[in-house]
Write a protein that binds this ligand. Structure first.
Ligand code: SF4
Length: 494
């Protein structure tokens, strides 16, 4: 059965749609084998810290759209994590060549206790009209929260009524935090609503246009694609509502992170006939070779792709080798979402650095296209071998600190703000690169390798910092094994 159903107002969460999990400890190879054998089981924790919320990831698909606005329907606190995208917009806008930047437009209906008693429908309807009058957007996105979901506000009908009245898309996104333990369910909720309400059936095709489902990374594809006779259509950050609505006209879709783009790419293929490239994104030499060859095959640019690979390798391979010599014997630990975390592991292995483990926020045994060739962890294991101490955890920092304290790698690579702090507190050089395109291609291996080297060599600050910092975790916890609370009822043991 197709996992994409645009007739339904809401998308199923990842746990039920893909069988995704948030609790595992073992090796990367074990995890892949269990996923392939269909024996993967989630393990819950008898103690848990707070998780990421789906509203934040749903907002990631809407807040950076140039001419859209986002309304969070709930208490103002639920809107707090959305502000980080306003910051991201300002920081990354320079890398994306956006000519007319504008402040992000994020609103909250500010539900109060009385609204949870008498209902928030009227407040939402009035907020939509007020936001429209104040900002005159090309589309309005409404993201739901636990409060509006629990009291059963009819957000879909209110959005439809406003759309008919205002004459612009008013898009309801159902992404209450309590729906899923996997915050990336929020990406799916956002893209589901965008695919239903914004993307139009194609009346014509643009044969050189390639959709790129990405976060907010720098515009490396413009230069690459020019050499192949192609054009990039980034979805959805920094795009306009018009660009997004025309994405079904593209020749193909690629994703820079299969966790992010799994649903939208499948929806574009299944509902609008835009084929998706079913392999991992281009991180590491082997995968970059495959990715450009596959892109060439899908777009009839095989010769151009081979030429591109040849030229790029001539330029970068010697530098990669040089870095491998400098980084020989170094160790690392990765904490990130899947599958960008898998890409970081590929980069480490390519540079000859030994990953001593990883704390990855969830695991999808299969993506929405159901193609094993898209399994980014499987591709890393096949290309570079197993990874020990592979842990799936939804940002459980207490486990991360425990592991880092025992493993003490030469560097911590993190993908999310707040996680590098734990490495620094232990005196471990820690690196967070927000631009997800930074490590892509042959050139990316060199750029990332240089940043890793620079971070390891400049460790004075973290060494001093660790001497003067307070670790909130007790000696008792740090002496336990890291997965003490995973998969068992610990109350009986303590
Ligand atoms: S939507 Fe729910 S989980 Fe998310 S911030 Fe609001 S109350 Fe918390």
């Amino acid at each position: 059965m197709s996992k994409v159903n645009l007739k339904a107002a809401e998308v199923q969460v990842r746990e039920t749609r893909l069988g995704s999990i948030t609790g595992f400890e073992g090796s990367a190879k074990d995890l892949v084998l269990q996923a392939r054998a269909g024996t993967l089981e989630d393990k819950s924790r008898s103690f848990s810290q707070c998780l990421g919320c789906s509203t934040s990831n749903a907002a990631c698909t809407t807040v950076l759209i140039q001419d859209g606005v986002t309304i969070s329907h709930g208490p103002v606190g639920c809107c707090g994590c959305l502000q980080e995208y306003a910051f991201t917009y300002r920081v990354n806008v320079a890398h994306r060549g956006v000519k007319e930047t504008r402040q992000r437009r994020i609103f909250s209906t500010n539900m109060k206790e009385s609204d949870t008693v008498y209902g928030g429908n009227a407040k939402l309807a009035a907020s939509i009209r007020e936001v429209y009058e104040r900002t005159k957007p090309k589309a309005i996105f409404i993201i739901t929260t636990c409060s509006s979901g629990i009291i059963g506000d009819d957000v879909g009908s209110i959005a439809d009524e406003a759309e008919a009245e205002l004459g612009i898309p008013v898009v309801a996104i159902f992404c209450e935090g309590f729906r899923s333990k996997i915050w990336t369910s929020g990406f799916d909720a956002g893209y589901h609503a965008i695919a239903r309400k914004l993307i139009k059936k194609p009346l014509q095709k643009q044969e050189d246009l390639i959709n790129i489902v990405n976060f907010w990374g720098s515009d490396i594809f413009a230069n690459w694609f020019k050499r192949l006779g192609l054009r990039a259509n980034y979805l959805t950050p920094y795009a306009t509502v018009k660009q997004i609505s025309e994405s079904a006209q593209a020749k193909a879709t690629v994703q820079i992170c299969s966790t992010l783009g799994s649903y939208l790419a499948a929806a574009l293929e299944q509902e609008y006939g835009v084929p998706e490239i079913r392999i991992s994104p281009p991180y590491g030499i082997a995968q970059t070779d495959r990715w450009f060859r596959e892109l060439g095959k899908m777009t009839g640019k095989e010769k151009e792709a081979e030429q591109f690979i040849k030229e790029e390798k001539e330029k970068w391979l010697a530098q990669i080798e040089e870095l491998r010599n400098k980084l020989k014997g170094k160790t690392a630990y990765v904490t990130a979402g899947a599958s960008h975390g898998h890409s970081l592991l590929a980069l480490l292995k390519e540079l000859g650095i030994k990953p001593r483990g990883a704390a990855i926020f969830h695991h999808d045994p299969i993506y929405d296209n159901e193609a094993e060739s898209s399994d980014t962890l499987q591709n890393v294991v096949n290309d570079y071998g197993d990874i020990e101490n592979y842990n799936v955890c939804n940002k459980q920092e207490f486990e991360l600190v425990n592991i880092l304290n025992k493993i003490r790698p030469d560097i911590l690579l993190a993908r999310h703000g707040g996680m590098t702090l734990w490495g620094a507190k232990l005196g471990i050089p820690s690196l967070l690169i927000g631009d997800e395109h930074y490590g892509m291609g042959y050139e990316g291996i060199v750029k990332y390798g240089n940043r890793i080297l620079e971070t390891i060599e400049n460790d004075e600050f973290v060494k001093n910092f660790s001497k003067h910092t307070h670790n909130p975790y007790s000696k008792w916890w740090l002496s336990q094994e890291p997965f003490f609370f995973l998969g068992k009822d610990i109350k009986e043991e303590i």
